[in-house]
Design a protein around this ligand. Structure first.
Ligand code: 13P
Length: 259
């Protein structure tokens, strides 16, 4: 079944408002010919850069995402942000449970689940991140770890909701290291993720759900990764920080995904 290619740039803690605006101003022209019916292009800047980027991409085929969302509507949660605040800033997508949030900020599958439900209730489109560490892969626990992240993270959701989700499989050992999973290795894991979703939520949800790959995806390896049957796009860190490399990656990924 044909799924849309979805490429999201996770800017992490990079780009001031002025820098972010300049990046998307350049990116807009480079990806103007990408048809939104074939592919989604998303940028996820830091919170204080959202406004400037929202303004710069208005009317273009680039969509806006954020990097985190809290589960409460408001209150005493210093440093957090609510779904309504993101909506007001023009945000459509939100990354939830990135491995850096899990590693440095105590994010768990339970908090991922809470954030996910709040995002869905507010009408945001979540990008839910899962992935194993090197130690977990080397000890043969990859599938066990991913199954636990999926069961905990997606707990209580209906199959129709799961069908519309974006998952990002990011092996932690491939993030920012230059070590990409080989296309075959990534595909094997993506196939496992899709079959796990089929087991929990049914085949229709598994066929419809978008599963991105993330971890050192670059213009040079995007085609080989996105040509795999169960890889539907990418969540991009380093290569999303420059307009030309992100645009080249987007085009290579789309061409391969729809070949
Ligand atoms: P890199 O593309 O820099 O490896 O980062 C991947 C990532 O963590 C995207 O969320």
């Amino acid at each position: 079944m044909a799924r849309k290619t979805v490429i999201a740039g996770n800017w992490k803690m990079n780009k001031t408002a002025a820098e972010g605006k300049a990046l998307v101003e350049a990116l807009k022209g480079l990806v103007a010919d990408v048809c939104p019916a074939r592919a989604e292009i998303i940028v996820c800047p830091p919170f204080t850069t959202l406004g400037a980027v929202a303004e710069a991409i208005a009317g273009s085929n680039i969509k806006l995402g954020a990097q985190n969302v809290h589960w409460e509507k408001s209150g005493a949660f210093t440093g957090e942000i609510s779904a309504d605040m993101l909506k007001e800033a023009g945000v459509e997508y939100v990354i939830i449970g990135h491995s850096e949030r899990r590693q440095y900020f105590g994010e768990t599958d339970a908090t991922v689940n809470q954030r996910l439900k709040a995002a869905l209730n507010a009408g945001l489109k979540p990008i839910v991140c899962i992935g194993e560490t090197l130690e977990e892969r080397e000890s043969g626990n990859t599938e066990k770890v991913l199954a636990a992240q999926l069961s905990g993270g997606l707990a209580g959701l209906d199959a129709e909701v799961v069908a519309g989700l974006i998952l990002a499989y990011e092996p932690v050992w491939a993030i920012g290291t230059g070590k990409t999973a080989t296309p075959e290795m990534a595909e094997e894991t993506h196939r496992f993720i899709r079959s796990f979703v089929a087991g929990e939520f049914g085949q229709a949800a598994a066929d419809a759900i978008t599963i991105q790959y993330g971890g050192s995806m670059k213009p040079e390896n995007a085609a080989a990764l996105c040509a795999q049957a169960d890889i539907d796009g990418g969540l991009i860190g380093g290569a999303a920080l420059k307009a030309d490399s992100f645009a080249a990656l987007v085009k290579n990924a789309i061409a391969a995904g729809q070949a």
